[in-house]
Design a binder for this molecule. Structure first.
Ligand code: GLY
Ligand code: MN
Length: 464
């Protein structure tokens, strides 16, 4: 937990931005996996953590934007709870630690806030992504269950995004820690990957490192020799020579700040010449993008520049053709890189996506494109000092997509479809690093960058 002054200052800023009405920030409850008392690992809501810091279930925070009055709702434990959970600090003490002096039982939230709402007071809330919070808002504010999300407060969303997206020095220190854990996860996998291993063995090792050094992985680990499936969570294959193993994974610190890295490894420790060619295109795009990141540039510009590197590289290999600017303008490269260059990161690996991707990555005047590929760019807007973003270009050969475009003649003037057949078993390559936008440029998060050149990756995998 940060010092209480940090949380108090954040709430103060939030109240100033929202100006009037009550601000209700709900924490998370426990969630049963297969029966109620066998729960998933508890994960507090990130916005609740940001403003109220308490990492316990069944809490809510209330701020009166007009008067600045603050309340934390949460129950003191009973003797029955203590028998199962051990002694717990009193609610008043927990609240003091984050600078809040007034507490009320969690069970009184519904009537307390409901009474204000019934008298016509504006209650600002964020769009719930869990059913129990949707039901709580429905009951508290007498809003139809299926209208709760659309009733979320645009002013509150905007205010929360504007605060959370600029990381302060305490948060950056946590994110460096998350990056260092991510480094250990990937570096260990790079060293341990051996032909004959099953993918899940590496997943287990990486998860163990995340849990030993922080809270958990920042999202379910993506690790597969079928890396052309962008979010592949199947891990049953044996590491086989000639294939490429895509590993996309990061850690969450005990304070819940995230990292997110991707490396693509030759399963047998050595890239084939054609794998090395495609790999080098992606690493060139990654390096160019990092080099371009600075305040004032839009991330869409960086995405498009990286896309041109991919398209030019594929033209050099004879897989694409034509004018590179026209090909990227037409979205032809998206056959090979159908996703965006990256996303914001912080307390969530895709930061604040619960508040709406467009509310985080775009503005009212700078809106998301609808073109295939570019529409998957989650973060497109202008970069500012304090933004943390991922840089993750990729190149994939997705047989179903190639066959579809070929059949439909999509972008046929830019793509040599006949040359792509030998690539149907290639898989994919993605290379992802995490950067902090600084006052005039950017820097990589974490003490060390994961090996990224062909030579460095092969050297680490060979044990030298
Ligand atoms: N690392 C997974 C993703 O960014 O979607
Ligand atoms: Mn990512």
């Amino acid at each position: 937990m940060f010092n209480k002054e940090v949380y108090a200052a954040r709430r103060n800023e939030l109240a100033k931005k929202v100006k009037t009405g009550l601000i209700l920030i709900l924490g998370n409850t426990e969630l049963g996996m297969n029966y109620i008392s066998n729960t998933y690992r508890f994960r507090q809501d990130s916005t609740f953590l940001y403003f109220f810091g308490i990492d316990q279930p069944d809490m809510a925070g209330l701020i009166d934007a007009g008067t600045g009055e603050e309340i934390i709702f949460g129950n003191d434990v009973s003797i029955d709870d203590i028998i199962w959970m051990g002694p717990q600090p009193a609610m008043a003490e927990r609240a003091q630690r984050v600078g809040v002096s007034r507490v009320m039982p969690f069970d009184s939230l519904e009537s307390y806030v409901g009474n204000y709402a019934a008298k016509g007071a504006k209650v600002h809330y964020l769009p719930p992504y869990r059913s129990d919070n949707r039901v709580l808002l429905h009951k508290t504010l007498s809003i139809a269950l299926d209208k709760v999300n659309e009733g979320a407060s645009p002013e509150l969303i905007k205010a929360v995004v504007s605060l959370r997206e600029i990381k302060d020095k305490y948060e950056v220190a946590e994110m460096d820690k998350a990056a260092d854990i991510g480094y250990m996860m990937h570096f260990t996998a790079m060293k341990m990957a051996k032909l004959g291993m099953v993918e899940q063995e590496l997943v287990g090792i990486m998860e163990g490192i995340a849990i030993s050094n922080g809270h958990m992985p920042s999202f379910p680990i993506i690790l597969s020799q079928n890396g052309e499936t962008l979010h592949n969570h199947t891990h049953h294959q044996v590491l086989t020579d000639g294939r490429i193993l895509v590993i996309d994974a990061g850690a969450e610190t005990n304070m819940h700040y995230a990292s997110d890295f991707t490396r693509s490894l030759p399963s047998g420790g050595k890239f084939t010449p054609v794998q090395s060619d495609i790999y080098t295109i992606v690493s060139t795009a990654n390096n160019l993008a990092i080099d371009m990141v600075r305040p004032g540039i839009t991330y869409r510009e960086v995405h498009l520049a990286a896309s041109k590197v991919i398209a030019q590289g594929l033209m050099n290999l004879g897989l694409m053709r034509g004018n590179v600017d026209e090909a990227v303008e037409a979205g032809a490269h998206a056959l090979f890189m159908p996703h965006g260059l990256g996303h914001q990161m912080g307390l969530d690996v895709h930061d604040m996506e619960d508040l709406g991707e467009n509310n985080v990555g775009y503005t009212q005047t700078f809106t998301r494109a609808s073109q295939f590929g570019l529409k998957s760019l989650r973060m497109g807007k202008e970069l500012k000092p304090g933004h943390v973003i991922t840089v993750e270009p990729g190149c994939y050969f997705i047989p179903a997509l190639i066959k579809k475009w070929k059949k439909e003649g999509t972008n046929k003037q830019f793509i040599n479809f006949d040359k792509l057949e030998p690539f149907y078993n290639f898989g994919g390559i993605r290379l992802e690093d995490d950067v902090l936008v600084t006052d005039n440029k950017c820097r990589l998060l974490g003490a060390k960058r994961l090996p990224i050149t062909v030579a460095d990756v092969e050297r680490e995998m060979s044990g030298n």
